[in-house]
Design a protein around this ligand. Structure first.
Ligand SMILES: [Zn+2]
Length: 340
């Protein structure tokens, strides 16, 4: 299950995606968590505000309306493409939507038409309100569309999701028309393209330092069983800095990579159960009915989420474990567990 991002994690993810982000008042503690559950997280819902003017729109999204208390979303995206964070936690943006749509989002499959209003969306979705009148006339500047793309991709990246985890309010709740002025399929295509590259880093160089190992803009090494490169390209440097390795314990704490050929349809092993528990703990959970003891499609999809979470894409995020991502998953050694 995907644990909600903390305020700091959300802020860092948005800035790493190149966004200018404003923190509004007490947004980190502003939520509706006393009114209902928050999480596990499954996706992002995009809206239009049906208002105009940045300050007025941000205030409404923070404070709410007489009939609907704020926050009305997590971030407001203005016409200049800047993000205003107004909430952290449960927010009144998604209302009741269709359980079949939620399941499709979880499975990252094609969306059915939204016909039901039986499922609490505020529990499971991040929300972005984009400032637009929604009258079909008010333009969507490219800077704003780019910010919607970046904000959505930032959350997908943080959770290891693909572009199908981003939906429009009109795809979630019957009767809703927002966002109006672009199609969600077009937005998802942009998000998919963005997710196939590493994030470009903060907008202004002094806003936030880049995390180690991503400063040169190159991707991570290929996650193939044969590729000997260490994650982040820093293996040589690490070896030089680290003290000598102590003698190996009889059972290493983590399950060694069993080889890509281990992960074939129907293969059974306690290693798979241990792997699944780690994937679930990392929020990479496509196990609709809990993990099966043998390798199957749910294992593959969950592992693909893990690969994407680490920044892999394309065939390096095909869901078949490779040595680099396996070692970073820290699957507990199934034999060591029995030795205590
Ligand atoms: Zn809406």
């Amino acid at each position: 299950m995907a644990t909600p991002l903390t305020g700091s994690q959300l802020l860092a993810a948005l800035r790493a995606e190149g966004l200018v982000v404003h923190e509004v008042r007490d947004w980190r503690r502003h939520n509706r968590n006393t009114k209902g559950p928050w999480g596990p997280m499954h996706g992002v819902v995009v809206h239009h505000t049906a208002t105009e003017g940045t300050d007025a729109s941000v205030d409404v999204c923070y404070d709410g309306r007489p009939d609907l208390p704020g926050p009305l979303c997590h971030g407001v995206i203005d016409k200049a493409g800047e993000v205003h964070l107004v909430g952290n936690g449960r927010a009144n943006h998604a209302g009741l939507g269709d359980r079949n749509v939620l399941q499709a989002v979880i499975d990252e499959e094609e969306l059915p038409k939204d016909e039901l209003a039986d499922t609490d969306g505020n529990r499971h979705f991040y929300g972005f309100e984009c400032i637009n009148l929604g009258d079909g006339q008010d333009p969507w500047p490219e800077a704003q569309l780019l910010a919607v793309e970046r904000a959505s991709a930032a959350i997908c990246r943080a959770h290891g999701w693909g572009e199908r985890s981003v939906i429009g309010h009109l795809e979630w709740q019957p009767g809703k028309i927002d966002p109006r002025g672009f199609t969600m399929d077009a937005l998802r295509a942009r998000i998919a393209a963005r997710l196939s590259h590493p994030p470009e880093g903060p907008a202004s160089p002094d806003a936030q330092g880049r995390p180690d190992g991503t400063g040169d803009g190159t991707g991570p090494p290929a996650d193939s069983a044969g590729g000997g490169a260490g994650a982040g390209g820093g293996a040589g440097g690490d070896d030089a800095r680290n003290p000598p390795v102590p003698p190996m314990p009889q059972h290493p704490p983590y399950e060694p990579f069993p080889g890509a050929e281990f992960f074939r349809s129907g293969a059974r092993s306690p290693v798979l159960a241990a792997m699944a528990q780690r994937l679930i703990a990392e929020g990479c959970d496509h196990y609709r009915h809990g993990p099966a003891p043998e390798w199957n499609e749910a294992h593959r999809k969950s592992y693909a989420s893990w690969q994407r979470k680490l920044g892999f894409h394309g065939k390096d995020a095909d869901g078949v474990p490779g040595r680099v991502t396996w070692d970073r998953l820290h699957v507990p050694n199934t034999r060591a567990a029995g030795d205590a």
